[in-house]
Design a protein around this ligand. Structure first.
Ligand code: CA
Length: 367
């Protein structure tokens, strides 16, 4: 079904923008004043998240709202949660083939296309949000990402970052690496590969299916994001221990993917607005997580009596050895992987040198 037919069928899109259109002359285009412009482009945004889900779904909403507001309504973006237009894991293909103009998700979901894509989301023991943003926007990361997605008619942009995640929810204590053996755990991307090498069974499920999977025993454990998101899903009702730190996702970049043809159909001012809106949404998600994780952790611990545990040092050390193996293997699978990893790892080394005497030193001093 064509997008326009779909929009008409559901009675959405133009109807929702009715107030914007009221009083607008059909001839009115380039002379329109900001806030009074007529809708020139109707975009559908498909996402891998439940609709309006805190942080991730709301991050997609922020991006859509920014594009609509900054363009004075000339672009109207309608956001769809996972399964509303397409299932979570079909977002990439839907935008690639033009069924939707824009998508919001994470690059590690598309490792089936090319394993090297995972470097654009997160790497176990890799860069945090601040470092990823530096690499993307001022260290060559985004150029490489654009090159990687070009064969799929997609233009990517960082459009959110979860900051450091939690290691996940478990119903037994993890005291040594053998406690991960046989564990069926939802953990995506490179972290999932690492769990597999530690003897566990990584499962990749969309967020909306995790609570039931944990409750019914389809999963023994799950990671998701951090206190803000995990409290919203209610994992504390079906798991006892909440482990940190999120070694597997130290600062996951969320992505906007824009259909190349749809982007190129825009005049240059609207292209700049879409690009700028991604940048705003990217930073806004960091701000949102920073503001809400604190209060959510407090509620999990003090109201719901969740037992927060730190993964033992030797477990983390073993996971780091396995992670290095996995990351190097994936990096060497193809030319893209080699090129992206060379850029990523050089930036990471330099960032670590600097952050050891800045961020880390400051955290230590602050106590
Ligand atoms: Ca996660």
């Amino acid at each position: 079904m064509k997008r326009r037919e779909f929009v008409t069928k559901l009675g959405i899109g133009m109807a929702a923008g009715g107030s914007l259109l009221a009083g607008c002359d059909k001839q009115e285009t380039s002379t329109a004043k900001p806030g009074k412009a007529k809708t020139e482009y109707e975009w559908n945004m498909v996402t891998t998240w439940p609709k309006d889900f805190p942080g991730l779904g709301t991050g997609a909403n922020t991006l859509a709202r920014q594009i609509s507001e900054m363009s004075g309504g000339r672009i109207k973006v309608t956001v769809y949660g996972a399964k509303e237009l397409v299932p979570a894991f079909e977002v990439f293909d839907a935008v690639s083939n033009g069924a939707a103009e824009i998508g919001h998700g994470a690059a590690y979901y598309w490792k089936g296309k090319n394993e090297a894509f995972q470097f654009f989301s997160t790497v176990p023991f890799g860069m945090n949000a601040q470092e990823m943003n530096g690499w993307m926007h001022h260290g060559g990361g985004l150029e490489l990402w654009k090159e990687a997605y070009a064969p799929f008619n997609l233009i990517p942009a960082p459009a959110g970052n979860t900051t450091v995640q939690m290691a996940g929810w478990f119903n037994k204590e993890i005291n040594n690496i053998s406690d991960l053996k046989g564990l069926k755990m939802r953990i995506p991307g490179l972290g999932g590969e690492v769990l597999g090498r530690a003897g566990g069974t990584p499962v990749n499920l969309p967020g909306g299916e995790l609570f039931t999977a944990l409750q019914t025993g389809v999963l023994d454990a799950t990671e998701w994001v951090g206190p803000y998101n995990d409290l919203a899903f209610g994992f504390h009702k079906v798991a006892k221990y909440y482990y940190y730190p999120g070694w597997h996702e130290p600062g996951t970049t969320l992505e906007a993917i824009i259909n190349k043809k749809a982007f190129e159909a825009l005049p240059s001012d609207l292209q700049a607005i879409v690009t700028g809106a991604c940048r705003i949404a990217n930073q806004d998600m960091v701000d949102e997580y920073t503001a809400h994780n604190n209060a959510a952790l407090d509620e999990l611990v003090n109201v719901h009596k969740v037992l927060v545990r730190r993964l033992p040092d030797d477990v983390l050390a073993k996971l780091k050895v396995l992670s290095d193996e996995v990351v190097h293997e994936v990096a060497n699978k193809n030319d893209l992987g080699k090129k992206v990893f060379a850029s990523y790892s050089k930036f990471r080394e330099q960032a670590m040198e600097w952050h050891n005497i800045s961020e880390r030193a400051y955290y230590n001093a602050r106590g």
